[in-house]
Design a protein around this ligand. Structure first.
Ligand SMILES: Cc1cc2nc3c(=O)[nH]c(=O)nc-3n(C[C@H](O)[C@H](O)[C@H](O)COP(=O)(O)OP(=O)(O)OC[C@H]3O[C@@H](n4cnc5c(N)ncnc54)[C@H](O)[C@@H]3O)c2cc1C
Length: 438
């Protein structure tokens, strides 16, 4: 979504793609859910229908109540912004969002942000060590939490648990949430931004749009996945699909995560509930073949790619594929600003996307609590430039250089097996870990 007239954000094609993913992975939850919790509460909220002629309906409208958007709303309230001046708008109900099947590794810094707003503790598994290896090479390396002086290198959590906890925090704080309500576009005007919403708003016009909502500042937190997004200035399709599932093995090692570089992309196993959450990145054609395998054949293929250090893989849940790319670049205008995946979508190697997004919202909340003004948005972009650029560069380097079809390796006439991947990858991972502490 950009602040231009008649702009249509991620359209129905993307809805269909996402729904398809959701359905594949969640056959047990196919019924259309009821609107519950925060959205039920706020649908009755009189702040939703402000007096005609009021200059703005809200000081801050947050488009997208994913983890980044809701964390921002909660931090703003915590920092003293009147909850009645904040509105969250999301195309999905909280219940629908809570069914997202992703597992996310959160950094120590992200845990601290969630703690600040009361959305922690969450159900999670601590990572104490990360084992880095390369398929076809003997080298391996272990990163240990003691090197970084943190209680854990990361916390393995479920997307659904994060949004459920943040949804409850926002509801308790009395923050209005319009959901399900899709933002169709926004138009910046002198002194405010008008958002066009679709949904069941009374007075919807011919194309289904409801009455515009006016806010002094609009935060774009509508995130989404690489293949659903408009192009930004830094865009690269890695030609990889991340295949996710939960797996079990016969000899798990508690609290140890694995990052293994293969010819086609990284394969990560994150410890979770006695088993592992798998993120296996492979070329799209291979990923399609892997998705089509039955459980036994899939477990055998995984064993071949990962090796035997966790014994035999014994169980796997339904698999899902996510196309991967980098899509980043500063966006926004005088009165609009982007955070989280709406600002930068990364390759999931090293699990940095939401961690970076939470650092965005932590800084933005501090600034907007001083005043919901264009000047604060200007400061925000300046303050976030370095961290964003470094995180993009490190994850992009890992995703590109350590895949066998990297043009750099072709240029140098190298095959991945011939270069030391483990040492540099360990260094980059450790650097990201240190960044994640903040
Ligand atoms: C396979 C995989 C593994 C990952 N692993 C990790 C990890 O280990 N650690 C980590 O930190 N990150 C990880 N990530 C990245 C992480 O999932 C994202 O960075 C994070 O979800 C971004 O949060 P967000 O709130 O910005 O956006 P989203 O989670 O995409 O939420 C956006 C919200 O906006 C709503 N929305 C969209 N369009 C509209 C509209 N027009 N109107 C109204 N609402 C709208 C959506 O319904 C949604 O609720 C991973 C990603 C993938 C794909």
């Amino acid at each position: 979504m950009t602040a231009t007239p008649n702009h249509t954000p991620q359209d129905t094609r993307h809805d269909a793609q996402h729904q398809e993913r959701q359905q594949q992975g969640n056959t047990q939850h196919q019924e259309q859910s009821k609107v519950q919790g925060a959205e039920q509460d706020t649908a009755q909220n009189p702040a939703r229908r402000p007096a005609p002629g009021a200059a703005v309906d809200y000081d801050i409208a947050i488009c997208g109540a994913g983890p980044a958007g809701m964390a921002l709303a909660a931090l703003l309230a915590k920092r003293g912004v009147a909850p009645g001046r904040i509105v969250l708008v999301d195309a999905k109900t909280l219940e629908q969002a809570s069914r997202d099947p992703r597992t996310l590794a959160l950094s120590h810094g992200s845990r601290q942000i969630l703690e600040q707003v009361g959305a922690w503790p969450l159900a999670c598994t601590e990572i104490h060590q990360i084992h880095v290896s390369r398929r076809g090479q003997f080298g391996r390396s272990l990163i240990d939490r003691s090197e970084h002086h943190v209680p854990a290198l990361g916390y393995v959590t479920r997307y659904g648990d994060i949004v459920t906890a943040l949804g409850a925090v926002c509801q308790r704080a009395g923050i209005a949430a319009l959901r399900p309500a899709r933002v169709l576009g926004c138009v910046e005007q002198a002194g405010h931004v008008e958002l066009r919403l679709a949904g069941d708003e009374p007075g919807a016009d011919a194309d289904g749009a409801g009455r515009p909502l006016r806010a002094a500042i609009v935060v774009q937190a509508e995130g989404g996945l690489f293949d659903e997004q408009e192009s930004r200035s830094q865009r690269h399709d890695y030609q990889q699909t991340a295949l996710i599932a939960e797996v079990r093995s016969s000899a798990p090692i508690p609290q140890r995560a694995y990052e293994r570089f293969t010819e086609q992309g990284p394969l990560a196993l994150l410890p979770q509930d006695g088993g592992y959450s798998l993120v296996w990145c492979a070329r799209p054609d291979t990923a399609r073949e892997l998705l089509a395998l039955d459980d036994a054949a899939f477990l055998a293929a995984l064993g071949q790619a990962f090796g035997g250090r966790l014994g035999q893989f014994t169980h796997v849940t339904p698999r899902l594929g996510f196309p991967l790319g980098l899509n980043a670049g500063e966006r926004g205008s005088a009165r609009t600003v982007a955070v989280g995946n709406a600002a930068q979508t990364l390759h999931p190697v090293a699990g940095q996307g939401l961690n970076l997004g939470l650092r965005d919202v932590s800084v933005l909340a501090r600034l907007l609590a001083q005043g919901a003004t264009p000047a604060m948005l200007g400061q925000f972009n300046g303050l976030r430039r370095q961290d964003r650029a470094l995180t993009v560069r490190l994850t992009d380097t890992m995703a590109r250089v350590f895949a066998n079809d990297s043009p750099l390796q072709a240029l140098l006439g190298l095959s991945l097996a011939a270069i030391d991947v483990v040492g540099p990858a360990r260094g980059l991972l450790a650097e990201l870990m240190l960044y994640g502490r903040r």
